[in-house]
Design a protein around this ligand. Structure first.
Ligand code: ATP
Ligand code: MG
Length: 241
């Protein structure tokens, strides 16, 4: 469960990139965080994961305050960032073992999980190569796999479909569904409205740091004017004044 209470953040004085955000994502729920470029999605995710400190407000992960109890709170998280370009000198399997070590996953558990997940993403034959030699999508797959090894309660993903081919994107969506079904929380950002429609129990739309909609996809659709598409409504909602 993720609880966000009155959270604000400014990088520049007088300009709030996230403005008094309140959200609660329950166990078993897939929540899609939508919004145009620069809306505040990554800033929010960085605060949830403890990378950035909010100026105001608090964030709880399964009731644990990310600022006051960072280690306990972070143990509940699996975080897939928007750019998978890290630790490129390691091979895929070295990276997976490194992450599994950090989260203290037993050798039997990690072996089984890595095998299963690598097969699903069809990357099992590339695990011995350095990540430098991987394509963007292959790096993305390794990060996704690494962030499931400790079976986190709260899976948080920033634009996770970017760079994945249709088959891998399908696998990822399946994994997100399976993860939520086990009574975990999935929070992810996306630009793709269709993904939100097919996958999310609820969506939130953020625009210029303000949450302008939160609810089910059906509720969102009911706000669409007759004759206009969801895409048109999204553009209208997030239009610059
Ligand atoms: N390090 C930074 N320094 C200054 N301003 C920043 C910084 N990071 C983000 N911002 C500003 O904060 C706002 C929100 O940015 P953020 O990265 O959260 O948007 P986003 O919704 O993730 O966008 P995108 O869809 O492009 O990933 C933008 O106006 C951006 O310019
Ligand atoms: Mg972003």
């Amino acid at each position: 469960m993720i609880t966000i209470n009155h959270v604000s953040k400014s990088y520049v004085k007088g300009k709030k990139s996230v403005d008094n955000l309140n959200l609660e994502i329950k166990n078993g729920e897939i929540f899609g965080f939508l919004g145009p470029n620069g809306a505040g999605k990554t800033t929010t995710i960085k605060m949830i994961t403890g990378i950035l400190k909010p100026d105001e407000g608090e964030i709880l992960l399964d009731g644990k305050n990310i600022e006051k109890h960072p280690v306990d709170a972070k143990k509940t998280i699996g975080f897939v960032p928007d750019s998978p370009d890290m630790f490129l000198r390691l091979t895929g399997i070295e990276y997976l073992n490194f992450i599994a070590d950090m989260y203290e996953v037993s050798s039997e558990d990690r072996k089984e999980r890595i095998e299963k997940l690598a097969k699903r993403f069809e990357i099992e034959n590339d695990l011995g190569s350095s990540m430098q030699s991987y394509s963007h999508g292959m790096r993305q797959k390794i990060i996704v796999i690494s962030m499931l090894l400790h079976q986190p309660k709260n899976w948080i993903l920033d634009e996770p479909m970017t760079g994945l081919d249709p088959k891998s994107s399908f696998q990822l969506k399946e994994l997100m569904r399976e993860h939520a079904k086990k009574n975990n929380t999935v929070f992810f950002s996306t630009h793709v409205l269709e993904v939100a429609e097919k996958l999310c129990d609820r969506v939130g739309i953020i625009h210029k740091g303000n949450l302008i909609f939160v609810g089910t996809y059906e509720e969102l659709k009911s706000e669409v004017k007759e004759g206009s598409s969801l895409e048109e409504m999204f553009l209208e909602l997030t239009e610059n004044e």
